[in-house]
Ligand binder design. Structure first.
Ligand code: PLP
Length: 626
């Protein structure tokens, strides 16, 4: 943020006056040198009584409007604006500051600011029902904004039919007959296949639209909704353009394709944020391996890999070679990829796709060389695993001389790096053991390095290791669970991590039952009070473990936690929504922003790693970024 502020300050360097908010210490601090050196004059404002010529108090008036009461040069003033959101208030105050600075009269400012209208800045494109594309422009409803919206629609539509849902227009530039004659002319030139006009004016002037195919008119939005169902729209492009007072959001609700299923939402911005966090803990020259094994800890490997690549991550590591092939085919072509468990693999694909194996035994080295010879491979990079105390895979110190001997007698494979894995990096009480692992690794890696002329990279640290033992970062670190926003330490050191994955489902049915009713298989859920019970479309086949039933976990519904009731079924589970208003179609969070994943892992006596990687492949992954 500081760097960003500095960069922005540079563009202010030739300004006479800088208008800014004094409430942000970073901004004030950045601007200070400009102001102090008389390069620019400061016209700052504050809502928090910070030092600034313009002091403002905001007060919410009615639904949708606010008052800005201010003092400027000892003179009080007040303006009313049709906004309430903080960001809108801030923008309005900045405008106010500019106007005052330009010397406009308080009266004039008040008049003009009162006449502002909230304006949307763009056309929204959403995925509609039955493969429709829905374009929403429900901010402005004047004649002049109709042309760009229609142009946008025709461009998006290609050969698909176009439907326009249009409300009465604001009678600004033309009135009555003239306005609607112009609108109908416009629609005719734009190849509109269906018109649905909504509003009294639309109905009144409907005769002008007679030559349009399939034109229908409704007095209000409700009348329209009574006449239409989702099924009336199919594989077409729909432009929804209406004045806000028509409540077109109900139409948008009808036409928007709701995810009638369970989805895992993956926030790629959060991933980038987390990557930067770990990057900030290590030296700039230390390389990073992004662990995308087990399909990116359940989040899906390609999107994760692509984001890490964009962030400047150096290597990727997958568990099995199939995951690597998939990444290469999807377009991760230049990043080196390490395969951690390269046993029983297709060597040809491994060489062809440049998937660099972890080498953990002599047998494996033998096989690699034999296969490499077959395919004419030379100096193929491999990563030598040292078993420093995990006792899973890797060479012990005693085995190393034989390996070195063996490697030196050939030029088919070559050690690119040597590494080991810590077994208790997240447990301070066992740091002695961790230190012994470092020492063991040092001895082994020294021995290996001494035997070769080229430099062999070393790496040890995983997520917890990076935070706890940054002095042991060697040449590279391997970041896993932390990238996905899961904390491994609870001493506050990882608190800025942001959760990446959220598992959501929806309510597909709600019923009221009297106390004593039993819910689900085995009649395990017995209602102790009269209850509203919702059925959520996620079950153990989606990875929602059977142990999560009978109140073991809660789901987040419209701001409240709702416990599970009864046993988890294969494709569904019931929750108690007695205390929260909700309806069929509402979204339920299983884990994410409101339900920490630890609640689920604790209920299962396991770790978040297992919860993340247990979400079934049938659950669609949806990626988003700003
Ligand atoms: C999974 C794995 C990591 C990453 O561990 P996290 O605890 O998820 O950071 C690092 N190195 C190896 C060898 C691994 O298998």
């Amino acid at each position: 943020m500081e760097q960003k502020a500095q960069e922005k300050a540079k563009i202010l360097y030739n300004c006479e006056t800088v208008v800014y908010c004094a409430d942000d210490p970073l901004v004030t601090h950045t601007i200070a040198p400009l102001v102090e050196s008389d390069v620019a004059m400061a016209m700052s404002w504050s809502r928090n009584h910070c030092e600034a010529p313009l002091q403002v108090e905001c007060a919410k008036l009615t639904e949708g409007s606010s008052a800005l009461n201010y003092t400027f040069q000892d003179e009080p003033g007040s303006v009313t604006i049709p906004f309430t959101a903080d960001r809108d208030l801030d923008n309005a105050i900045t405008c106010l500051a500019v106007l005052l600075q330009l010397g406009l009269d308080h009266e004039v400012i008040a008049q003009r600011m009162a006449a502002l209208t909230p304006v949307g800045t763009r056309l929204n494109v959403i995925e509609g029902v039955n493969d429709c594309t829905v374009i929403v422009d429900s901010y402005t409803s004047d004649y002049y904004s109709l042309t760009p919206a229609l142009n946008f629609m025709t461009r998006r539509a290609g050969n698909r039919p176009c439907t326009v849902i249009l409300s009465d227009l604001a009678p600004e530039s033309y009135s009555g007959d003239e306005l609607y004659i112009r609108v109908s002319e416009l629609l005719k030139t734009k190849r509109v296949n269906r018109l649905m006009g909504i509003g009294k004016e639309m109905c009144r002037y409907h005769q002008y639209f007679e030559d349009l195919p399939q034109a229908r008119f409704y007095h209000d939005t409700q009348e329209f909704l009574n006449d239409f169902a989702k099924g009336d729209f199919d594989d077409e492009t729909i432009l929804i353009k209406g004045d806000p007072r028509f409540g077109f959001s109900q139409i948008i609700d009808l036409l928007e394709a709701k995810q009638h299923m369970t989805v895992m939402e993956v926030d790629l911005n959060a991933l980038a944020h987390n990557f930067k966090f770990f990057k900030s803990l290590i030296k700039p020259e230390t390389k990073t391996v992004g662990m995308v094994k087990a399909s990116g800890y359940g989040a899906g490997s390609y999107e994760i890999a692509k984001t890490l690549q964009d962030c400047g991550c150096d290597y990727l590591a997958v568990a099995v070679h199939d995951e690597g092939v998939e990444l290469r085919k999807a377009g991760i072509t230049t990043m080196p990829i390490i395969v951690l468990n390269p046993n029983g693999i297709n060597y040809k694909a491994m060489f062809q796709y440049k998937l660099e194996p972890e080498l953990y035994s002599l047998e494996m080295a033998n096989e690699l060389i034999k296969e490499g010879h077959k395919y004419g491979v030379k100096r193929f990079p491999v990563h030598i695993k040292i078993d420093s105390g995990m006792h899973r895979l890797g060479f012990t110190r005693e085995q190393l001389p034989a390996l070195i001997e063996f490697l030196k007698g050939q030029d088919i494979i070559t050690p690119a790096s040597v590494f080991t894995h810590l077994s208790v990096a997240d447990e301070p009480a066992q740091d002695d053991y961790t230190r012994s692992q470092f020492d063991y690794f040092d001895a082994c890696s020294d021995l290996l390095q001494q035997s070769f002329d080229h430099y062999i990279m070393r790496h040890v640290l995983n997520t917890s290791g990076i935070v706890r033992f940054p002095e042991r970062q060697y040449d590279m670190v391997r970041i896993g669970i932390g990238l996905y926003g899961i904390r491994t330490l609870f001493d506050g050191s990882e608190d800025t991590l942001m959760p990446v994955s959220a598992l959501r489902s929806i309510i597909i049915s709600i019923k009221e039952w009297p106390a004593g009713t039993t819910i689900g298989y085995g009649r395990r859920g017995v209602l102790e009070r009269d209850s509203r019970i919702a059925t959520v479309t996620i079950g153990y086949a989606d990875g929602f473990d059977r142990h999560f039933g009978n109140g073991a976990v809660n789901m987040w519904v419209n701001g409240k936690l709702c416990p599970t009731v009864g046993t988890v079924c294969m494709d569904a589970v019931m929750i108690d929504v007695t205390d929260v208003p909700c309806k069929v179609g509402d979204t339920v969070e299983i884990f994410g922003e409101h339900v920490p994943i630890e609640q689920l892992s604790e209920a299962r006596h396991t770790i978040p790693y297992e919860i993340l990687t247990s979400v079934s492949p049938r659950v669609k992954r949806v990626y988003y970024r700003e």
